[in-house]
Ligand binder design. Structure first.
Ligand code: SF4
Length: 104
């Protein structure tokens, strides 16, 4: 079983939600995902635009057909991470608010 499968559960509607852990002890409590910085490596970007398809509120192509971040808060953190994961060249680097690299 993958880590994603163990840390996430599906609710009755089939919607993926994060496991809450024990609310009393706080054990197993996962810190909410907090994206602080998104960087597109222009040398890696091939303009495939899948990031834009997933998070059009955050990414757009510039005149050189490279993705740029025009609004870091243009989508929720989970979707931004999905957009980064959709990039075929892993050109999107995602950091949390403390500067730790979340992806890739
Ligand atoms: S998915 Fe990756 S390669 Fe495609 S436009 Fe976005 S950053 Fe560039």
């Amino acid at each position: 079983m993958s880590q994603d499968q163990t840390e996430n559960q599906k609710d009755n509607n089939g919607t993926l939600r994060q496991a809450q852990g024990d609310p009393v002890s706080g054990r197993g409590q996962k810190k909410p995902l907090r994206i602080g910085k998104i960087i597109v490596d222009r040398n890696l970007c091939i303009g495939a635009a899948s990031c834009i398809a997933v998070a059009p509120g955050v990414f757009q192509l510039d005149s050189e057909n490279k993705a740029v971040v025009y609004n870091e808060k243009g989508d929720n953190d989970e979707n931004i991470l999905l957009a980064a994961k959709s990039c075929p060249t892993r050109a999107i680097l995602v950091f949390d608010e403390e500067g730790n690299q979340l992806y890739p």
